[in-house]
Write a protein that binds this ligand. Structure first.
Ligand code: SF4
Length: 392
């Protein structure tokens, strides 16, 4: 983990101006688009000291969660790091924290709001930090799909399963129709449960996690899976195909993990003899087939931690995490699977200026960027989350 050192003279640090969004200019930084107030410049040399000061003022009133894909400059201020599921549980386990500052993306902050008490406030440092995968399944699209299944007379046999990486609306839809949430760690258990309850699954919103789990872990065939395209009438599927399918996969994907190719795997094997390829199940099926191991973010971290010194690994997941793994395990070779840069652009929206801005605002008594889920949506979504926690 890199450590930033504040070398600026105290007088210079104190005199640097804060730019009101849209009125100042800072050519060295890209400005966030959604902060209603004053955002420090990324080039402000006093940023780290300001963050430390605001963090100290907030003390136990705030708890900072940092997703594994966050930048080093943000992760260093996290009280705990984890994947989306671990962080949601960590948020729920901190009833004493008045503010839960979620350094991650929007759907994660929604889950945290649903799992914390009404008196706690969940803060997302940049409201523009969404998730392209979650955005690929909107509530109206999913409702339309379900109406199609009802018209075909098969909705009663379909159990919805939604990945954690979905909006609160989609989790609520899932809860309302007797389904469950899943993570990349428990997708197999969720699908086993769903296929005991019904004969088909509507898997939202990541087609790759659904396909990889069904085919590689449960022994279903690719022919048992169809892909519902929300942009085409009837999902682009014939009625017969929907009736025959066991897995109805939503046409959604992660824009980060979806970039890896089987050619990347072949190229790294040619470049690094003996390398083992470790990828996330959000990768496309061909990549997972070509890899040596597949696992959730937490599993990827644990595999690298436990790997013997001298071993070589090409990791197919978000670049911030792969770089940190390489930095913290210098006795092993850890490389990024792709040759080109592959950050999650929305995760990267949370940077130190945004974190400083929310902490200083909260310390000054102004609540900013609070994420709330309405009571009815939260109750229905919690039914699907509770079902996940009760999975056998
Ligand atoms: S890595 Fe993929 S799934 Fe995760 S937040 Fe980014 S776009 Fe969404």
């Amino acid at each position: 983990m890199s450590v930033q050192v504040d070398h600026a003279a105290p007088a210079l640090r104190e005199s640097l101006p804060l730019f009101v969004l849209g009125t100042g200019s800072d050519p060295r930084s890209e400005r966030g688009v959604s902060c209603p107030g004053e955002l420090p410049a990324a080039s402000d040399p006093a940023l780290v000291r300001r963050a430390e000061r605001a963090r100290a003022v907030l003390g136990d009133r705030a708890f900072i969660l940092g997703h594994h894909y966050q930048r080093d400059e943000v992760i260093r201020f996290a009280d705990v790091t984890g994947d989306s599921f671990k962080l949601a549980r960590e948020a729920a386990a901190r009833p004493g924290a008045e503010f839960v500052i979620f350094c991650g993306v929007h759907f994660m902050a929604e889950s945290a709001d649903m799992l914390t008490s009404p008196s706690q406030r969940v803060i997302l440092p940049d409201l523009a930090a969404g998730c392209s995968m979650a955005d690929m399944a909107t509530y109206s699209q999913v409702e339309e799909c379900w109406e199609n299944l009802e018209d075909l007379g098969i909705a009663d046999s379909v159990v919805p399963v939604t990945y954690m990486n979905s909006s609160a609306d989609i989790k609520a839809f899932t809860g309302r129709h007797g389904g469950t949430v899943c993570t990349s760690s428990n997708a197999r258990r969720a699908l086993d449960w769903a296929l005991r309850k019904g004969s088909k699954v509507l898997f939202l919103p990541d087609q790759h996690l659904g396909r990889n789990t069904a085919v590689l872990e449960m022994g279903l065939s690719l022919d048992d899976c169809v892909v519902w395209d929300p942009r085409r009438p009837g999902g682009g599927l014939e009625a017969g195909a929907l009736r025959r399918a066991t897995m109805i996969l939503w046409r959604g994907h992660c824009s980060v993990h979806g970039r890896f190719t089987a050619q990347n795997v072949a190229a790294v094997r040619a470049r690094i003899p003996g390398v083992q390829v470790l990828v996330h199940p959000e990768c496309v099926h061909d990549v997972v087939l070509a890899a040596d191991q597949v696992g959730s973010t937490e599993r990827i971290i644990s595999v690298i931690e436990q790997a013997p010194a001298g071993s070589a690994w090409a990791v197919g997941t978000e670049l911030n995490l792969v770089r940190r793994l390489a930095d913290t395990h210098p006795d092993k070779t850890v490389v990024f699977l792709d040759k080109t840069v592959c950050y999650c652009s929305t995760m990267n929206r949370i940077d130190l200026p945004h974190l400083v801005w929310v902490m200083e605002s909260l310390a000054g008594g102004q609540v900013v960027n609070q994420i709330t889920v309405d009571d009815q949506t939260a109750a229905q979504a919690r039914a699907a989350l509770d079902q996940m926690l009760a999975l056998p």
